[in-house]
Design a protein around this ligand. Sequence first.
Ligand code: SF4
Length: 270
Amino acid sequence: MSPKPPYQLQADCENCFGLCCVALPYAKSADFPINKDGGIPCRNLQADYRCKIHQNLREKGFKGCTVYECFGAGQKVSQVTYAGNDWRENPDTAKEMFEVFPIMQQLHEMLGYLHEALKREETQPIYKELQAALEQTAALTELNPESIISLNVPAHRAIVNELLKRTSELVRKDAVRKENTKRGSDYIGAKLKGADLKGASLRGALLIAADLRNADMRLADMIGADLRDADLSGADLRGSIFLTQVQVNSARGDRKTKLPEGLRSPAHWT
Ligand code: SF4
């Protein structure tokens, strides 16, 4: 049985002070039409913290916003860490809040992966370790702003990452094919239509614009894989692990794409 988390792992923009739209920088590219520095409110952010172009982000060139996920860090920082005191009315804390937010985002991302690991039956042998890491990470998210800023996030991430790698091995051990254990990580534009990637480790793989139509990606480890503009039409990703909604949103696909439980087809898929 997996634990019910006492925190939210998906963005709740209604309870956030538009933190991703202020704290984070973006650069003119295929994902954004202009440059913006971190700490400066996006020109499309309204006084009520809603986005003026929410319905037309892709058409207006803000594709990057449609593939961003804070994993619930926005409302956590807004409503818990700062107890509902927003940065517009409390400008003295604004800079600090914008520093806390990306750290909280990383912690919540780790919580998301650990929670997913705990849900898998295959991880019974390391259940207690995963549970302990989840509780430690959750406790870090409850710290005060000063303590959050001084956290050694890379050190904590290394501990979590080791457990996630073990999770991946346990999940894939009966499915992985020998040739899929030796795969590299650079597949930009690769032609992988119909490929057998069952149980493959695609950790951090660059799959940008790869042709993955009808590929068998069941039980694959997708953590950190860059799927921007990859074509997942007809691909089978059931049972894959550590695939996030953000990755799915950044890819192309169609009604025949099979996603793991809990993920949904984005509106821009045909
Ligand atoms: S375009 Fe909208 S969603 Fe994107 S950063 Fe600006 S306000 Fe936020």
